[in-house]
Design a protein around this ligand. Structure first.
Ligand code: FPP
Length: 243
């Protein structure tokens, strides 16, 4: 039994861009899907660790709107992997009080994946522990445009006055409605960019980039990222003396 470290202050919401599955596989002379399968094991381990240490919200970038352009076989493999992950993890999620959610264009997912996802979301809706948000067919600009269209419709029908549009109202029209903004963004595998992920929500997040490929990013590496977060001073625009 591993001990649970105390991390103070703990980020309330952690978002992760899980990058490097393909390169991890290539380095082992294996097909890309081999990397994604190993990446699914990292997902299990990081979700479990996050829950153990007390993270309240964990958002994982599992499939972007741009990822649909990947070779058909890879997309099919990723969808199958997602479905099998959800099926195999549902009992654990329920046992551990995890509430599953989806950020993204759920309707674009294959019918069987959508059905499995909807089932898991419904089965965990009453869980009061960690919120696990899977970003699937997700793109931040599309998310914000959708929010603007919805707000525009409300203004056009007189439900809403344009002057009433503020940051909170805009946030309430995003997939992340009701959840706090991420405090920490982790991106694995060396790239230092946001790739259309949570552009509004990440405004004040601490950014943590690591060379580690996602399949090698496990409990120890996640705890290390949390310790780096602890060492950062978050000023939210104030001076160091004011905070
Ligand atoms: C990025 O690596 C990773 C993805 C596009 C998919 C992420 C999927 C998983 C971690 C596994 C399945 C997910 C769940 C939730 C069970 P990449 O393929 O872009 O790697 P590369 O940049 O090295 O090619």
């Amino acid at each position: 039994m591993t001990s649970v470290p105390v991390i103070q202050p703990l980020p309330v919401h952690v978002a992760i861009i899980m990058d490097g599955n393909g390169r991890w596989a290539k380095e082992r002379h294996q097909p890309r899907l081999f990397g994604h399968k190993a990446g699914a094991e990292s997902v299990r381990e990081v979700v479990e660790t996050a829950r153990e240490v007390g993270i309240r919200h964990l958002t994982l970038y599992a499939f972007s709107t741009e990822n649909w352009q990947r070779p058909g076989l890879e997309v099919k493999g990723l969808m199958a992997l997602l479905k099998s992950y959800l099926k195999s993890e549902l009992a654990t999620m329920k046992k551990n009080g995890i509430r599953l959610g989806c950020f993204g264009q759920k309707e674009r997912l294959p019918d069987d994946v959508q059905a499995t996802l909807d089932h898991c979301i419904a089965e965990t809706v009453d869980s009061t522990g960690m919120r696990l948000n899977l970003s699937l067919s997700y793109g931040s600009r599309a998310e914000m445009l959708g929010a603007m269209q919805e707000i525009g419709r409300k203004c056009a029908t007189g439900q809403l006055r344009p002057e009433a549009i503020d940051e909170q109202l805009f946030s309430e029209h995003l997939y992340s409605a009701g959840q706090p903004d991420p405090d920490l963004l982790i991106r694995t595998s060396g790239e230092q960019r946001l790739s259309n992920f949570l552009l509004w929500q990440l405004s004040y997040a601490e950014l943590y980039f690591t060379e580690t490929r996602w399949p090698d990013f496990r409990r120890e590496q996640f705890l290390e990222a949390l310790q780096v977060f602890v060492s950062r001073q978050r000023r939210f625009g104030k001076t160091g003396e004011q905070v």
